[in-house]
Design a protein. Sequence first.
Length: 742
Amino acid sequence: MIALALRLSVSGGREALARLVSIAAAVAVGVALLLSTLAGINAVDSSNERQLWWNTGAAARTASAPVDPLWWRAHDDHYDGEPIFEVDVAATGPTSPVPPGMAALPAPGEYYASPALAELVAEVPSAELGDRFPGRLAGVLGDAALASPDSLIAVVGRPVDRLRTAPGARAVTTIADALPAKCDNDCPGRGVRGDAMTLILSVVAGALIFPVLVFIGTATRLSAARREQRFAAMRLVGATPGQVSLISAVESTLAAVAGTAAGFGLFALLRPLVAQVPFTGDRYFTADLTLHAGQALTVALGVPVAAAVSARLALRRVSVSPLGVSRRVTPRPPRVWRLAPLAAGIGELAWFVGRRPETTSGQTWAYLSGFVLVMLGLVVAGPWLTMAAARLVARRTSRPASLIAVRRLADDPKAGFRSVSGLVLALFVTSATVGIIGTINANRGALSGDPQTRAVVQHGAMLEDPPMADRVPEAVLAGLRAVPGYHGAVVVHANPARVAADPADPRAWAPALVLCSELAGTPAAGSCAPGAEVAAVPMHQFLDLRTADGRQWPAAPVTPAQLAALPVQMVYATTDGSTAATERVRTLLDRAFPDHESRMVKDWGSDQQRQLAGFRQLANVVILTTLPIAGCSLAVSVVAGLSERRRPFALLRLGGAPLGLLRTVVALESALPLLVVAVVATGTGLLSAHLFLTSQMHYALVSPGVVYYLLVVVGLVASLGIIASTLPLLRRITGPEAARNG
């Protein structure tokens, strides 16, 4: 029987070939995107593994080896918001360990750079970046040391005597190849949160495959309806209804197998393009986008099996009699229990609010199963919602076209909902994706500070660290003043005597002491009381990079001469905010005080900003993929519905019903369930997003912007346009021959 089904599938002429190609194309797109998401999860893991060596200097590491120790100091730097990972190293002998990606350790006055950093150093003026790295470029780091082709990394050789006294420097005997058991902010190689990416990509993967399966089922029904006469002949020669269903389902399975194979090929072609998408803030290496054998086998077998199941489920009511007439009986009306799966899915997501699983796998299964259950619930509840809406409209209308349409919907709401089920799922996926990613962006995406503080470069020691230096050399201040775009700087002095500190709270940080003349040139840091020469400013004012424009700080009982004798904690420099000015100031301060770091507002948010940009691209991929497939599913569904009802429509035309009336009936039958269930799907998507965000991230849903609502409206208008484009078929399929041969 399967051999006969395969032969019939490929011998049906151009119509059958077009049907096979359309199903295979939809499956290929879905499989390629599914494989891309799985490969993306694997790429995150590979990228994280190549960052483990960054943790070599973590205090929790206890690994040792009989080799010459290597002095190691890892710290961060930035250029125009892009993070630079810098390691200062000093070998104590020929057997000192060597990090991956380089043949030998750099000597003092040499440095290794990642390809992206070496290219950037060559492109921008040395006063903005290159002067931060002493000496010459000794070599380029290999891929084994890089998390991404975009990684900016420098390994700088320093003298042993100087590095051993630098803050945070440690002597190590091995290079880390695993994450330390404990990290006290000294594990820069923790990498991207793979658990979060795995969770998000898993939900996306599950969402992408649903519209494809709906399209397969819809196309299978159209195939069965179009081949009704062939199936009737089979019944006349003894074929059972099950055999007829099997023959029709084999076509979809065959197309799914071909589409799956094409999807693997499409994935291979897309890998270089997918690698360029910075889902985690940086691009992937193409080689990282690989599949595990189990993943490839699961997709290769699972998608055709899912397609076969979808096709068989779609054919449950296509039962052709030996005389070629489908057995058309009024189906039982859907019961209210159909709302139970939808309620269960919402209930599952709500249950985990305040009860989030501790493990990554537990979270993945909890939220993924919840979203999948909600999507299944929408499909199951759709017919009941369609019936309820149709009955409500039937009570409030008296127009012939409206009455015919809503009565038919109330009589067979499953058929009415089936045509829009793919688009409903697409709207749910779009709403949930935009809601989740939009809320994350709203909570994490905005850089703090006003334009004044975004133009500030702060360089020096943190609160708990010893002072940065005894003083700032005049040559450094002169160099700052020579930078185009430089506005002013405040030299922030430590306050070991706790002058002007709160005596009632001896554990509180003592205020910083600054010259009022310097504050006058940096309004972002505030101003002094009239007549004061030295001000007492809360230390966090400079560390948090928050604007204090308009604030007036109290005077401190310290003379300028006494202030000059106090150690320097940091330098707070203001600029015009241009890249050239801020990076020149940063480079000057880095060279003058290489044991401390510069900070800007955009530095704090740069990593997060880039990762969120990747999430936004992921949302666009989901939207641009699911909506077209759902649109195709809608078009096929409407055509299938017309084919199944060509005889009743032909009889109505013979009885005098105008063609315009029939077109209005078809349009209403498709538009009513679309609009009703679309509202439910959109609301359910936003509710599911809110429950996920509340449970996983403790965020309340932020209402999507105008663009989202415009997208929904455009999608619905396009769907109505698709429905309208199928109406001209009514003239051709409702002629007198349809009534005679039906």
